[in-house]
Design a protein around this ligand. Sequence first.
Ligand code: BG6
Length: 296
Amino acid sequence: DLCKSINGLDKVLLRESRGSSAEVYLYGGHVTSWKSDHGEELLFLSSKAIFKPPKAIRGGIPICFPQFGGLGTLDQHGFARNRFWNIDDDPPPFPTNTLSKAFVDLILKPSEEDMKSWPHSFEYRLRIALGPGGDLMLTSRIRNTNSDGKPFSFTFAYHTYFSVSDISEVRVEGLETLDYLDNLQNKERFTEQGDALTFESEVDKIYLSTPTKIAIIDHEKKRTFVVRKDGLPDAVVWNPWDKKAKAMADFGDDEYKHMLCVEAAAIEKPITLKPGEEWKGRLELSAVPSSYCSGQ
Ligand code: BG6
C-alpha cells in the first residue's frame, strides 16, 4: 500500500501473511521499519530522525550510492539516500525473491543536477521484499546507461541500523581475524583479533573481503540477526558512542546504546560498469532466537 506519512512523504507498507512487515519511504528508497511476525521492531530509527529533504533519515537502511563515505567528490555517502525514488511498475524480471508476494520495486535515475556532480547516466532498481519467514531482502541492480561509451565506478553500502537492547551485550561473529580500515585512525589498515567483536567505545571500521554471512548476537534479547550478502565484499561496523552521539542533531544522546550499524558494502574495490553492464548487490536479513544459532 502506498500512503503518506505524518511528515507528508510517500511510504509503502509491506505486509507478509504471517504478520511480518516493513515500511519503505520513496524518499531515499529507505527502509525505516522491519517488524517480526510478533510485531517487534528490528531496525533502529532515531527518535530525532528528520524526515525532511535534503537530510537523510537517521536509522533504518539508508542506501549509500554512488559513494560510500566522504572521500570522493560527492557529499558524504552519495545522493541516493536523499533523492525521491519512483515505484517501478514494470521492472525487468528478478531471478530471485520469486517466493515473495510482499515486495516493492523502486527505481532511481539521475536528475540533470545529479549529473553535474556525478556525470553518469544510470538506472538503479531496488527490490525490497519480505520472505515467507519474515526475512527482509534488498536487491539492488545498477546499470550503466551512459550513451557516451564511458564506464563509471562507484562504492556502495546498505547502511543498516540494527536495533539492539544494550550495545555492551552485543557480539558480532564473522569478522574475526579479518583486515579492516579504521575510519577513526585515518583509514589505516589493521587486522582484527581472533575473538567475536564486542563494543565498549566508538567504532567505525571497514572490514575487507568478509564472508557472505555475519551474525549479530543480542544476549539480552536472546536474538540473533543473520546478515547474508552477495556482491558486497566489505562490511562497515559503526557505533558513534556518547561523544559523537551528542554531536549529531538527529540522534538522541543515549541512543547509541540501542543501535549498531553493520553495513554490507563494496568500498575497497569500487565497482566499475561499462555502458550496458549491470551490477547486482543483495542483502538478506533474518532475526532468529539466539539458541538456533549456537555453534555457528
Ligand atoms: C558510517 C561511517 O557508515 O556512517 C561513519 O563509517 C559515519 O564514518 C556514519 O559517521 C554516519 O554517517 P552519516 O552521514 O549518516 O551521519
